[in-house]
Design a binder for this molecule. Sequence first.
Ligand code: C2E
Ligand code: MG
Ligand code: MG
Ligand code: MG
Length: 281
Amino acid sequence: DSKRRGRNGWQTFTPELAEQQLHRLQLETHLRRAVNNDEFHLVYQPQVDMRDGGVIAVEALIRWRNHSLGEIRPDKFIDHAETTGDIVGIGDWVLHEACRQMREWQEGGLKVPRVAVNVSYRQFLGEDLASSVAAVLAEYGLPGAALELEFTERVLIEDAPATLRTFAALREMGVMLTIDDFGEGYSALNYLRRLPIHGLKLSQLFVQGVPENHSDVAVCQAVTGIAKSLGLELVAEGVETERHRAFLLQLGIHVGQGFLFAPGLTPEQIRDTYRTMLMQA
Ligand code: C2E
Ligand code: MG
Ligand code: MG
Ligand code: MG
């Protein structure tokens, strides 16, 4: 126990801690090779018009399958990948794969209106994100409007000198820009006015508490007010129940994403589920 460890001078090196560090080391070692080893794939979660079920966009969500670690959720590795810098290569792969898939759906006659890709703040710091996006769009023959980039408030906090220029260039291309998990982070309201963005995604952290939890209701109302007064589109995340949907619709939020409609789906599931809705005439 801790007392014995204390006397032996082992307080800072418990078996638990050693195991944690080993696990972290293993994770990061495997992570470094994961892109080259083809261990990632994407699933796509629909964003739907909650009034009629129409598909507005699909969000690409990364999945990692490793032979010795098994299935690892992004919540368990994205932070590590940001720390080590591996997220830059991973993010590049995600962008390519999502655009390649859009092209494939299109060629199969499936009109998925837009694909949303999560972008890490690290991708704003290094290479020129706008040029790599332009190159990928050109490679797959997609218009900018076929792509949406979701970034977190962290991007605003980092405030790299090139960030505004990058946003402006992406917007110029017609790429849709959205702040993910809005409300969770430091509320960077000041940046909201300055940035040429299109929309916000209301964090599921607050959606899940409505309509019972008063402070969650208040945050949802406040974010709706912010979006409305700044002319920003608003998507609710984590819509799980009919009660969530009814509350959000009544607030005036029309677009939702969540398990009530669909989880992340494979490209084939997207095609089969939305074939009738999205097939060209
Ligand atoms: P996110 O971008 O906010 O994505 C939404 C997350 O909520 C997804 O988790 C999704 O599966 C989950 N979700 C969707 N609907 C519901 C619902 O109704 N209830 C609940 N409880 N959860 C719901 P996932 O796929 O595990 O991804 C977690 C986070 O990892 C993402 O949050 C995003 O921040 C990050 N992530 C995922 N893919 C990528 C990627 O390609 N690049 C980067 N940089 N980050 C990614
Ligand atoms: Mg997202
Ligand atoms: Mg989100
Ligand atoms: Mg999230």
